[in-house]
Design a protein around this ligand. Structure first.
Ligand code: CA
Length: 228
């Protein structure tokens, strides 16, 4: 998961990119202008920027220059309708990492995004390979196991997905309805116990005392939260 800022004034193109990147579990922020883009990319830790050149205010080259001048080192991939060599050279000289000419294939762009993220952070880029400690146990979401001093316990698919969502918002309450919608793709029914039943079983695997959980907590009337 990475935070990606898209700076692109064509709303349809930006929307398509956003959907695809969010599908790959990234967080996406989108700006329609260069100045707004600079703001988005500097106000929160950003892992990658997709940058159009022709923007309504300052152009992409200027955005690139300002981001680098602010000391930011995240990969910047330029998206541009201009294909002249001179533009490529200029973009790369100003600190961009890669250059994709419009119209581009979405698949190719996504591959380049993955490659750029991998180069920037080789550790995190084993995509989906997430492990973390919950108390004295280690959760490995890639292998879908909980590793306890006594041995390993397998996690079911739904348990892993719930844990993944809770971990992405660690310390914050995640609404039950969000879990249902994102994992099961359904809305919350009036007496829906689906999520709660999986939480009971997760607590058995992760908590020392499942009746008095210390890590998978109930957020009253909302949902659940993970505390490490
Ligand atoms: Ca444009």
């Amino acid at each position: 998961m990475a935070r990606i800022v898209i700076i692109e004034d064509e709303p349809d193109l930006a929307l398509g990119l956003r959907d695809n990147l969010e599908f790959e579990k990234h967080t996406v922020a989108h700006a329609l202008t260069g100045q707004e883009g600079v703001k988005l990319a500097t106000q929160a830790p950003t892992d990658l920027v997709l940058l159009d050149i022709m923007l309504p205010d300052i152009d992409g080259f200027e955005v690139c220059k300002r981001l680098r001048a602010a000391g930011l080192t995240m990969p910047i991939i330029i998206l541009s309708a201009r294909s002249q060599e001179i533009d490529k050279v200029r973009g790369l000289e100003l600190g961009a990492d890669d250059y994709v000419t419009k119209p581009f294939s979405l698949r190719e762009l996504l591959a380049r995004v993955r490659a750029a993220l991998r180069r920037a952070d080789p550790g995190a880029a084993a995509v989906g390979h997430v492990t973390f400690l919950v108390g004295d146990r280690r959760v490995d979401l890639t292998r879908q196991v909980v590793i306890a001093p006594q041995g390993e316990t397998p996690l079911g698919y739904y348990e892993s997905e719930i844990l993944r969502m809770l971990y992405e918002k660690v310390g914050q309450a995640v609404p039950r309805a969000d879990l249902l919608e994102k994992i099961w793709g359904v809305g919350l029914g009036p007496a829906d116990r689906t999520v709660d039943n999986h939480i009971v079983s997760l607590r058995r695997k992760l908590e020392t005392d499942p009746k008095n959980p210390r890590h998978i907590l109930t957020a009253h009337a909302v949902g659940y939260k993970l505390v490490l």
